[in-house]
Ligand binder design. Structure first.
Ligand code: FES
Length: 178
């Protein structure tokens, strides 16, 4: 168990290295935003390791892909990829549940006011229209009349390339000139 000091709540916890920092914080009812569920793909769970940056594991490949190789400068880690190996001090002040919640609700309100609700009949007509379109498209693909049309229409003589004339031999050209 390692001592972890958490700002801004000025809280001290003793955490093991068996779980990620994100899991520990969640278990202790501390809010850290996360959209991907700890799979290192959203970068929402960034926390700052204020002290003891050597007491956490090296950034994983996935983490480096997302945040870059700048941990020693920014001291930012993905909580879901961070495992504690000694005493550290972290800052989770960037994670505010109330403001995140409000933002999410505003977003959903915006979407609902902009969303156009269609009636069942309208939807059915759109679906049938699309089906008809795709059927026509499929039929036009199956129509192979355009293929090798020169073999089918014998009345049209194939056009000879180069005007059907052979280039004159140099000897003939010289004779013409004389
Ligand atoms: S929870 Fe998404 S990257 Fe950590």
């Amino acid at each position: 168990m390692y001592k972890v000091h958490i700002n801004p709540d000025d809280l001290t916890l003793y955490l093991s290295d068996e779980k990620s920092l994100l899991e520990h914080l969640r278990d202790n009812d501390l809010y850290v935003k996360s959209s991907c569920g700890g799979h290192a793909s959203c970068t929402d769970c960034v926390v700052k390791v204020v002290d003891g940056k050597d007491n956490v594991n090296e950034p994983t490949f996935a983490e480096t892909q997302l945040l870059g190789n700048v941990f020693h400068i920014t001291k930012e880690r993905l909580a879901c990829q961070c495992f504690i190996k000694g005493e550290i001090k972290i800052d989770i002040s960037a994670h505010d549940k109330a403001s995140d919640e409000a933002r999410r609700q505003n977003k959903s309100k915006k979407v609902s006011s902009n969303t156009r609700v269609r009636k069942k009949k309208e939807v059915e007509s759109i679906i049938s229209e699309r089906k008809e379109k795709s059927r026509l498209k499929r039929e036009s693909k199956d129509d192979e009349s355009w293929k090798n049309h020169w073999d089918k229409d014998k009345s049209v003589a194939p056009k000879r390339l180069g005007g059907g004339m052979r280039p004159k031999k140099i000897k003939d050209i010289e004779e013409d000139n004389d």
